[in-house]
Unconditional design. Sequence first.
Length: 95
Amino acid sequence: MKDYINFESYLQDQNHTDKTIQQHLLNQTYFDAWAIDKGIGDNCQVNTATVLAYVQQMQKRELTVGTINNRLNGLRKYFSHLIDLELIVKNPAKG
């Protein structure tokens, strides 16, 4: 996956705690690994259907609702970051 600019700096600018930042970064790596496995090499190509497929995969793995929501929250922040960079126009994780 391309790291367009530092997502960590973006989160720091939003005054997130170090623990929250680390969790969002970890959640992003989970998504990136899944996306690469599915042949998605660029997060700017992700759409709502892609995010829904990711949620279905997490449900199949029987992750808790809290874990799934936490990962989706991180994705929303990441895609908001891409919107701020004007790389995408719509956040695919906001349904």
